[in-house]
Design a protein around this ligand. Sequence first.
Ligand code: NAD
Length: 282
Amino acid sequence: MDKTLAVIGAGTMGSGIAHVSALHGYRVLMIDAQEGAVHRARQAISKRLTREVDKGSMTSLDADAVMERLVEADWPDASQAFMAIEAVLEIVDVKKEVFQRLDSLLPDGAILATNTSSLSITEIATITKRPAYVLGMHFFNPAPVMKLIEIVRGEETGDDAVQQAQAYARSIGKETVVVEKDTPGFVVNRVLMPLFIEAMRIYEEGIASKDDIDKAVKLGLNHPMGPLTLADLTGLDVDLHVMDYMYDEFHDDRFAAPLVLRRLVRAGRLGRKTGKGFYDYD
Ligand SMILES: NC(=O)c1ccc[n+]([C@@H]2O[C@H](COP(=O)([O-])OP(=O)(O)OC[C@H]3O[C@@H](n4cnc5c(N)ncnc54)[C@H](O)[C@@H]3O)[C@@H](O)[C@H]2O)c1
């Protein structure tokens, strides 16, 4: 297999995808629109690798080799890649622009994957001349740690592209599920959002304390983390955005965001990354 991969967007997800891919031997062309973004991402990855070296779980030689495989690149370099994974902003027009550009650069038969959490793969594929080779590859945060990739078929995605995406996922130590129909929330968020919503409503109705709601789900359902803790971790603004999007698409009350969530977001309590969410972290 050709080992050069392009990752577009060097933020939270793009840097995680680049990190885990380089760890497993891929040469990764990192491209970002923002000046300094790739540099910052490489520095953050280097810090994480140094921690692994300090713990003794990696040699400094291996860490150096990983860093060498992470290449700051320009758009034309993407022509060397057998696959591109896009992790830019969750705005369909921005993603379409990126896909149009990638379509003109990558060789025929190269896969164009989007890490979108919610947008339509079919719609993104329409801008390209290769819809059979466009698919969703939904990683979870942090990408180097989380085991799952949801592989999402657009209406015209072909079997060859799905199989190649599965092979890549296996090669970086991930498990996959195939989402056969391009639907909002795919599988994970479709299951997760109603869980979050019900936990938040139970809290809102004063049925149990937040600690007890989390404890009940952890110990009663064997989840590693309670839903309110997980909602804080994923970001309450992100959760609200996903719920509103799914509600708009499905017109179904299962996805109606609880008032308590909207109030927390309006108050700037966006979850763990801001130090405050359902819980205080500082
Ligand atoms: N953060 C998560 O937990 C998570 C999980 C799964 C999927 N996603 C999805 O992954 C994607 C990226 O999310 P993120 O959290 O990494 O975002 P982020 O804001 O951390 O990073 C986005 C990066 O894309 C760059 N960018 C923006 N427009 C660009 C363009 N036109 N060309 C090149 N680079 C561009 C930005 O400069 C930034 O560095 C989104 O679609 C999001 O929905 C996020």
